[in-house]
Design a protein around this ligand. Sequence first.
Ligand code: C2E
Ligand code: MG
Ligand code: MG
Ligand code: MG
Length: 291
Amino acid sequence: AKNAGKNRFHMFDPESDRKAQFHRNYLDTLNLALVNNEFVLYYQPKVDLRDGRLVGAEALLRWVHPERGVLPPGEFLSHIHGSPLDHQLGDWVIRQALAQGERWHQQGLQLSLSVNISADHLIQKNFAERLGLALAQHPGHPAHCFELEVLETAAIADIEHAVLILQECRRLGVHFSLDDFGTGYSSLTYLRKLPIDTLKIDQSFVRDMLQDKDDLEIVESVVRLAHAFHRVVIAEGVETMEHGAVLLELGCYLAQGYGIARPMPAEELLSWSEKWQTERAWLKLNMAKDS
Ligand code: C2E
Ligand code: MG
Ligand code: MG
Ligand code: MG
């Protein structure tokens, strides 16, 4: 034991030890944040560019930090990866979104909602069972109005296993989309093998397609690919109406991005939707397309 101790002392690296300690503390803080109800979901609208219809909303996780204010997931999600909190928080997100969907349905807003789930969480044992339970506990939000966005960049080590889980979840009525499509290693394999309904074109391609011809080609190809495989396609990162006009031209009708709306607290969505309907900004897009 004495020798082992000596060896360990020899291997001791203060820099990596400091990092590991920081990570552990951060994870403790995040665990507490969940207990203290410091997480909230923001919602970003998805619209049909042809008629402006609000077709759904994506739930995006935020941490309302007691001192630092509202933090996006880029700040903290990496610390959760691979820990039990990944699944606990993932389950919380699903339940929270279903509860909100139920509230909106009661207020007369029939919204389709999507949540992001990590591939790790998806392939957890009993995932479909827990999802089914959550759906049953929120009967006011129909399962066919619920979608799971799987990160396409996430390495799904065992595709056959993932297919089984997806099929099991689909039997509950929920839909799947591949998020950030085009950025992963195996986009085409996933498209072919996974029973998914929707491709979400990654925002980096959409954002730059007005300046970058290659990105425009990629967006066009993904739209064509989606149609060929009978998948729904939606563009992320629609920052301006000009993006919208090009997407309409390419046959990509569903869109999401800052140019339409930023992610917002749930309480703001109803009034945003009313304002959006009166402004009718999409009409200009369709006129530009037809002229
Ligand atoms: P994502 O699922 O691809 O979500 C889109 C991200 O792009 C969101 O960032 C959104 O705020 C941002 N965005 C939307 N429109 C635009 C735009 O026009 N321009 C630009 N530049 N950005 C736009 P956010 O909320 O910071 O989330 C980042 C990522 O974190 C998400 O990417 C998703 O992968 C992950 N994430 C978010 N919420 C959850 C969650 O509840 N669970 C898990 N596992 N991951 C989550
Ligand atoms: Mg997403
Ligand atoms: Mg995305
Ligand atoms: Mg992303």
